[in-house]
Design a protein around this ligand. Structure first.
Ligand code: HEM
Length: 188
């Protein structure tokens, strides 16, 4: 029996959904300083909703991954490339959890959180993290800054990992001439 050459449909759907949502979240936040004031709050609220959705999808991805081995890599890949790609994937898994969690923590420490309840996409009520929201105002204010800086720093790490991930995939596709992209694209 030959081993599968590509991820299954669920893994492919989750991969591209997370990629698109992270891309949308970055576009929202990059453009927030260039829009009229009345757009800012809805854009940040949408950013938060998309981020929480990514967190839910990250849990599904991790559960999928714990129950399935990925399709084997082509044997022509060097050992260092396999190791690098393995660690890059672990880093990306960590980041798809750490980005939303740090954002949620930052938002939970916001002094106006109590007067601005969060609704996912303006509909489903979503809680703040209780132990953070209930801290005294001074500690909360300093954590708000610290979590915000962590969120921002993690975003920079994310840029590096995403660029490395894309460059790695393109190298395998166009320099090694392997069917790399097909592993993560739907098709026969
Ligand atoms: C896919 C997940 C997420 C990504 C990729 C992401 C990315 C970013 C980036 C790049 C920034 C700009 C940081 C800077 O100024 O250097 C940011 C800001 C922010 N994020 Fe996220 N984020 C995510 C999830 C979340 C979540 C789940 C929340 C809250 C529930 C959140 C709340 C915020 C807030 C409040 C800001 C500051 C906005 C402002 O006032 O300018 N983020 N995010």
């Amino acid at each position: 029996m030959s081993l599968p050459q590509r991820y299954n449909r669920l893994a492919i759907a989750l991969h591209w959904l997370v990629a698109i949502l992270i891309g949308a979240n970055l576009i929202l936040i990059w453009s927030v300083n260039s829009v009229p004031d009345s757009y800012v709050r809805p854009m940040i609220n949408t950013h938060k909703s998309i981020g929480i959705t990514v967190l839910g999808l990250a849990v599904l991805r991790l559960l999928w991954r714990l129950g399935h081995a990925p399709p084997p890599l082509p044997t022509i890949y060097q050992l260092w490339e396999r190791r690098l790609s393995h660690w890059a994937h672990i880093g990306l898994y960590v980041l798809i959890f750490a980005m939303p969690l740090s954002g949620w923590m930052h938002d939970s420490a916001w002094k106006a959180a109590a007067t601005h309840p969060m609704y996912l996409f303006g509909t489903v009520p979503w809680p703040r993290i209780g132990w953070i929201e209930n801290l005294d105002p001074v500690t909360k204010e300093s954590l708000h800054g610290a979590f915000g800086r962590a969120h921002s720093l993690l975003a920079k790490v994310l840029y590096v990992f995403v660029v490395a991930h894309i460059l790695g995939a393109l190298k395998h596709q166009f320099i090694d001439r392997e069917q790399e992209l097909q592993r993560m694209l739907p098709g026969k």
